[in-house]
Design a protein around this ligand. Structure first.
Ligand SMILES: Nc1nc2c(c(=O)[nH]1)N[C@H]1C(S)=C(S)[C@@H](COP(=O)(O)OP(=O)(O)OC[C@H]3O[C@@H](n4cnc5c(=O)[nH]c(N)nc54)[C@H](O)[C@@H]3O)O[C@H]1N2
Ligand SMILES: Nc1nc2c(c(=O)[nH]1)N[C@H]1C(S)=C(S)[C@@H](COP(=O)(O)OP(=O)(O)OC[C@H]3O[C@@H](n4cnc5c(=O)[nH]c(N)nc54)[C@H](O)[C@@H]3O)O[C@H]1N2
Ligand code: SF4
Ligand SMILES: [Mo]
Length: 708
């Protein structure tokens, strides 16, 4: 066991970080008590995810640990009163009483891909196994839900088909709706280092992102239209005779139906709808047909859309059509959060159970009941988080317990969310006193963060890392798993929650994965980091493939284009930008390099905030000229219901598009952009359309840089 190792608590690359704490307990440098100010971090040269690399966010983790921490539970008996400190004992009593007085359907848990596997497991078991409610969802719903559904539809499971080793000998990389240079920096640097003269990076994005700038080819696409371009590429592959007939015949099903749909999107349609050039469609087809090994990465530019699952499937179709699963390539979904993968393994979305199981599958449900020693796990998935907001407003959910996420900024339709957070009895497990959601909280429980506590997480390529505690946590705080454990015991759940350590939860979790696709039962905690499953999940040792579908074949799907805010047929006929009236734009959103979401951690690090721009929106200089605005002028974005004001920076963004960061905390802006973002969702994944909104843009006020 590496005593001085922990996993970076930020992105899904899952870097292993080493500290100056001494290597082992018998190491003379080893210290039991280290304070954050003395903690130093570097990349672990032996960790398979980063091999010694680290980015600025990872490097500055120690500086996030000792600022503005919560150290005692807080409570207010009435919303009109301020929060005041109470003891843990009182907090548990209040919770036990509340939970005891409500029916399971009136309680809802909103969890996070930033929790350790043990934290997430305990919370999920508390809800689904102890209270017996499936009213559980996680911020992964806003993140990788579409990828999960598409992977399952195409391959029969949502285990990513390949691993980081598969990146080392590929020559073509496509970043489709992924700004990996910013969002997955160590992964991107690893690719950069291996870049050869013949390798090609392609980025498909409405904005010339950092990733686009570092790519040979940048395809500037209209937001929301990816399914058209992807289908068009399939059409060109087909027409050019570039389909890998043997792979399609031997290992897939459904090709004909997918082609029938693709035929509706010849390159002229992609030109018109997506605003791309015909030769870019042909280039993509050429690369899929002729690369030695082609890996496509995608992230939120595909997932966060009403068309999210079909965008994913249309991309997977290209890989299946050209046999690019395995030695010759891979469709690789980049997970965002450090333990979104662990969340999948634990089954913390509304329909999941541990070991990639589902509440709807009777046999799987019974198995978990037997392993947990409970009866009556509900067979129906609970509502998703956006549905839960409506149920709160209708008065049907009365208690909301938020763990490891900051919905007051990051959920769509914030006007509604704020009303709901005011109405519900809101419990928040949180580490920082300035986290935005606390403004609405009735009960606050102060928790520990990594690397103060022990826990495991699974990174994008299924590598599990054990984080050992590196500093002593602030007094008065507890790890999330312990909160659920102690409360359950108080409520009569000693048998279900016997845990004295995170390690005991991990052992139980492992048992629940035995014999499942994500089988981690043989991984020894002391030997982590290690990956579950073979490097290529569906490739057989003797050659060939068997996918996790009933037939063992991967499945093509027809992947039709859908769009919100516009008439689909007119968009197909006349193009997207042609639909925009005067002053109308398409708003899209995403990340910035040095901040992590709502900045509760990265906002406290001087090195990271020093160079941050004031809250900005990217605008094309020609559009700015038409609006009569200069760089740094303030513009107002308005969806007819609410408006948001931002400073203009010029960028190479698709015409009639604007881009802004969604994570500004309420201490930076009174008007987070998710006031404008709708809560409509993809019908299959229920993932919200977080990157697409028709808005009006107008000059708000002329400024000079110095004023801001
Ligand atoms: N620095 C930093 N890194 C992070 C995070 C962070 O907060 N900060 N968060 C982590 C998390 S949880 C996640 S989920 C990942 C997200 O990682 P990414 O998905 O890579 O990040 P985003 O900036 O949200 O979106 C990527 C790109 O999608 C583009 N885009 C918008 N609409 C469309 C569209 O319709 N089509 C296409 N093709 N592209 C579109 C945006 O312009 C943007 O450049 O990042 C992780 N890493
Ligand atoms: N418009 C728009 N909206 C978006 C997105 C977008 O691209 N565009 N992206 C979406 C995506 S992909 C994501 S992942 C979400 C992210 O949205 P959130 O998850 O809401 O954002 P964070 O700031 O990461 O919030 C994490 C919170 O948990 C706290 N925390 C940290 N560690 C721990 C811990 O161990 N235990 C507990 N209990 N708390 C802890 C932090 O202090 C912080 O308050 O935003 C989504 N919203
Ligand atoms: S790449 Fe991601 S996991 Fe690695 S150090 Fe940076 S933020 Fe942390
Ligand atoms: Mo995410």
């Amino acid at each position: 066991m590496r005593e001085n190792l922990f996993q970076c608590p930020y992105c899904g690359v899952g870097c292993g970080l080493l500290t100056n704490r001494g290597k082992q307990k018998d190491d003379p440098l080893f210290e039991e008590e280290v304070v954050p100010a003395e903690l130093k971090v570097r990349g672990d040269p032996d960790h398979p995810a980063n091999r010694g690399l680290v980015c600025l966010k990872g490097l500055t983790v120690p500086q996030t640990l000792d600022k503005n921490r919560l150290t005692t539970p807080l409570y207010r008996p009435r919303p009109s009163e301020p929060l005041r400190p109470i003891s843990w004992g009182e907090a548990y009593r209040i919770l036990a009483e509340k939970l005891g007085s409500l029916s399971p359907d009136e309680v809802y848990f909103y969890l996070s891909g930033q929790l350790t596997t043990e934290d997430a497991y305990a919370a999920n078991k508390f809800a689904k196994g102890f209270l017996r409610t499936n009213n559980v969802d996680a911020n992964s719903r806003l993140c990788m839900a579409s990828a999960v559904v598409a992977y399952k539809m195409a391959f029969g499971s949502d285990g990513p088909p390949c691993s980081y080793e598969d990146l080392d000998d590929a020559d073509v990389f496509i970043f489709w709706g992924s700004n990996a240079a910013v969002a997955h920096p160590v992964l991107f640097n690893r690719l950069q280092r291996r870049r050869r003269p013949d390798s090609v990076f392609v980025t498909v994005d409405p904005v010339e992102s950092e990733t686009a700038k570092r790519s040979e080819v940048f395809i500037r696409i209209n937001a929301g239209t990816d399914a058209v371009l992807l289908n068009s590429v399939l059409f060109v592959l087909y027409r050019s005779g570039w389909i890998d007939g043997a792979f399609v015949k031997n290992y897939t099903e459904g090709f004909e139906r997918a082609i029938e749909e693709a035929k509706k999107y010849p390159p002229e349609v992609a030109e018109r709808v997506c605003g791309v050039r015909r030769r870019d469609v042909e280039l993509l087809a050429y690369l899929f047909a002729n690369a030695k090994k082609l890996v496509s990465f995608w992230a939120m530019g595909l997932n966060q859309s009403v068309n999210g699952v079909y965008k994913n499937l249309a991309l997977i179709n290209l890989h299946l059509a050209t046999g690019r699963v395995g030695k010759r390539g891979c469709p690789f979904s980049l997970t965002g959060q450090p333990n979104a993968m662990g969340g999948r393994e634990v089954g913390y979305l509304s329909g999941g159970l541990p070991g990639y199981r589902s509440v709807e599958n009777e046999a799987e449900r019974r198995e978990v009941e037997r392993l947990w020693g409970v009866e009556g796990i509900r067979p129906k998935p609970g509502p998703t988080i956006t549905e839960a907001v409506d149920l709160i407003l209708e008065g049907r959910i009365k208690l909301l317990w938020v763990v490891g996420t900051n919905p007051a900024v990051t959920l769509p339709r914030l006007d509604k969310v704020w009303k709901a957070l005011k109405k519900v009895f809101l419990v928040v497990n949180e580490a920082y006193a300035d986290a935005d959601t606390l403004r609405f909280a009735d009960l606050v429980l102060p928790v520990q963060v990594l690397p103060e506590k022990e826990g495991t997480m699974t990174g994008s390529d299924r590598t599990m890392t054990l984080s050992r505690p590196q500093v002593s946590p602030p007094e008065g705080t507890k790890p999330d798993w312990l909160v659920f454990t102690e409360l359950a015991r108080l409520m009569g759940g000693e048998r279900l929650f016997p845990y004295r350590s995170a390690a005991e939860i991990f052992e139980e979790f492992k048992r629940l994965t035995a014999g499942r696709l994500c089988d981690a039962s043989k991984l020894r905690r002391e030997e982590l980091p290690a990956r579950w499953g073979p490097p290529r999940l569906y490739e057989l040792p003797e050659g060939g493939f068997r996918f996790a579908t009933p037939s063992g074949r991967a499945r093509f799907y027809p992947a039709p284009f859908e769009i919100a805010d516009f008439d689909r047929e007119r968009v197909l006929r006349e193009g997207l930008l042609a639909q925009l009236g005067e002053g109308e734009f398409i708003l899209t959103t995403g990340r910035i390099k040095n901040q992590w979401h709502t900045m509760t951690k990265t906002g406290k690090v001087e090195t990271l905030t020093r160079h941050e721009l004031p809250p900005f929106v990217i605008l094309h200089p020609k559009d700015a000229a038409e609006l009569g605005v200069d760089e740094w002028d303030l513009v107002e974005l308005d969806d007819g219901r609410r408006s948001v004001v931002r400073a203009v920076v010029f960028g190479r963004i698709q015409r009639r598009h604007v881009f802004t960061y969604f994570g500004y905390p309420l201490s930076w802006v009174r008007d987070p952009v998710n006031l404008l973002v709708e809560d409509r969702v993809d019908p299959l994944s229920k993932e919200p359309d977080l990157k697409f909104r028709r808005v009006k843009v107008r000059l708000y006020r002329k400024t000079r840089m110095g004023e801001l």
